[in-house]
Design a protein around this ligand. Sequence first.
Ligand SMILES: Cc1cc2nc3c(=O)[nH]c(=O)nc-3n(C[C@H](O)[C@H](O)[C@H](O)COP(=O)(O)OP(=O)(O)OC[C@H]3O[C@@H](n4cnc5c(N)ncnc54)[C@H](O)[C@@H]3O)c2cc1C
Ligand code: FES
Length: 346
Amino acid sequence: MADTHRINFEPVDIEMEVSEDETILDAAFRQGIHLMHGCREGRCSACKSYMLDGDVQMDDYSTFACNDSEEAEGYVLLCRTYAYSDCEIELLNFDEDELLGGAPIQDVRTKVAGIEPLTRDIVSLKLDVVEPEALEFKAGQYVDLFIPGTDEKRSFSLATTPSTPDRLEFVIKKYPNGLFAGMLEDGLSVGDEIMINGPYGSCCLRNGHVLPIVCIGGGAGMAPLLSLLRHISETGLNRTVHFYYGARTAADLFYLDEIAALGEKLDNFEFIACLSESADQAPGGVTVAEGNVTDIVDAGESDLARTEVYFCGPPPMVDAALALAEQHSVPRDQIFYDKFTSPAFD
Ligand SMILES: Cc1cc2nc3c(=O)[nH]c(=O)nc-3n(C[C@H](O)[C@H](O)[C@H](O)COP(=O)(O)OP(=O)(O)OC[C@H]3O[C@@H](n4cnc5c(N)ncnc54)[C@H](O)[C@@H]3O)c2cc1C
Ligand code: FES
């Protein structure tokens, strides 16, 4: 059996044990401690922390997430870090409510309930939860789907909310030659079984927060933002929401009627379709702006630092949104994001 060590997290003063054969992030999940994280694969930097003391080693990771000089200074990615002594670690980002109050990680058996095209390359995948009977999660979180017939898994954000814990929806972009995309094309049918594991992710609403919300999404990044919007609308949370959604053309937009209906329940809601290739043929009633989604947010939000910003989607969009948030001096604890990385794509 592998040796175990004690980890002390500062400044929250939480202690846990870790075995030498698990990452510090996984050990934390196992013990019900929800550290800040995103991809769990060393690609997004959400779990970056600082070693105060101890002997650790990091598995493969992307230098975009932690560059060589940061590594030399003592920064680590907890999703890739193994401990070989007792350690003291400073958490750079944490949420006191989430730390000990997150939903437990569950293994859940589901069955495909429907696969429907939403645009030329985005589909809605609906799963019925079979065993246990429901998935406990928070709006904005994601789960891992195990790809039937392979040892591979992919992360997908829930588009639904905790109000339907037995019927889950995912919004999935089909990348050419993608492993999971291929299954959606020709391989998965209604009734097929899919195992899922989760929930993960920190892109959730915080209890008691009141600042206006700015959502920035691109492509399948609609999924967690739709979950947040559905949840805000269902629970009657009265927060201002500006939702900027980036797509190439008007033909790549979807769920516009539902978004408008959800927005009508809020006092202050705006949806801006940001079309990077052409603003022609905009659907009736939808506000359209032409350009990159982050440029349009930059022009449209005069006080981004006094908002909570949620952004989800492809890595280049998320990187641009992070740069924008930094440029507008948005405090780090007002930024929540999921970068849709793929294990097959660096
Ligand atoms: C936290 C998290 C949440 C996610 N949520 C969602 C979600 O809600 N919806 C969703 O569609 N995806 C989401 N993803 C991405 C998803 O997990 C898959 O990585 C993605 O769908 C590709 O899977 P695949 O098996 O079809 O393709 P892969 O077999 O993984 O990739 C095949 C090829 O597709 C291309 N490709 C893959 N990803 C990208 C990319 N980001 N940009 C450009 N080319 C790419 C590359 O050419 C790659 O070689 C999320 C990822 C993370 C980390
Ligand atoms: S780099 Fe660790 S969660 Fe993404």
